[in-house]
Ligand binder design. Structure first.
Ligand SMILES: Nc1ncnc2c1ncn2[C@@H]1O[C@H](COP(=O)(O)OP(=O)(O)OP(=O)(O)O)[C@@H](O)[C@H]1O
Ligand SMILES: [Mg+2]
Length: 161
């Protein structure tokens, strides 16, 4: 399937990328976000929240695993589900994570940080899955520089249709 790459020169340009991404995809969909700690996965979901006019502040779901937000999509009540599976261990039962149940039968857009831990949750579901992989070269980071000023490379793939 098609793979595309984008360079986001700084955090300000993330807004535009989020808007474009929303124009490319259709709901319901699962979006897998991969990339190292600090690569920009949560920042991207925050930008999506702004693009969808979600007024609540989107925060990292690292402690509660999932945060859910309501928004309107084509005038339909929809859910943005934001997962961070980083803290799950090999022995945790991922079958407790039920995206479809969390969506409460509404149209949804689910973002999953650290998705490696739960791949089988959606492999047999009839749903579109996209993958966004975030790369940042922290080695080019100078001491007086903020990491928000480092460019990010984002590789987008449609992995399941
Ligand atoms: N596209 C970007 N351009 C520049 N800076 C960015 C970009 N995306 C994120 N950042 C900055 O990088 C820092 C870390 O980003 P973020 O919290 O989104 O990482 P993460 O990938 O979610 O990490 P984790 O795996 O720890 O959850 C933030 O301070 C953010 O401002
Ligand atoms: Mg994060």
């Amino acid at each position: 399937m098609k793979t595309e790459q984008f360079i986001i020169p700084d955090i300000k340009n993330l807004e535009k990328f989020a808007e474009n991404f929303l124009n490319i995809i259709s709901l319901p969909a699962i979006v897998l976000l991969s990339g190292s700690l600090g690569a920009g996965k949560t920042a991207f979901v925050k930008a999506i929240g702004r693009a969808l006019n979600i007024k609540e502040t989107i925060t990292s779901p690292s402690f509660n695993i999932m945060n859910s937000y309501d928004f309107l999509y084509d005038a339909q009540k929809s859910k943005l589900l934001h997962y961070d599976l980083y803290r799950l261990s090999e022995d945790d039962d991922v079958s407790d994570i039920d995206i479809f149940e969390a969506a409460e039968d509404k149209n949804f857009l689910a973002f999953i940080e650290w998705p490696q831990k739960a791949e089988r949750l959606w492999e047999n579901e009839n749903i579109k899955v996209y993958s966004l992989s975030f790369e940042v070269d922290f080695s080019s980071h100078k001491e007086d520089e903020n990491i928000s000023e480092l460019p990010r490379k984002i590789t987008m793939k449609e992995i399941k249709n």
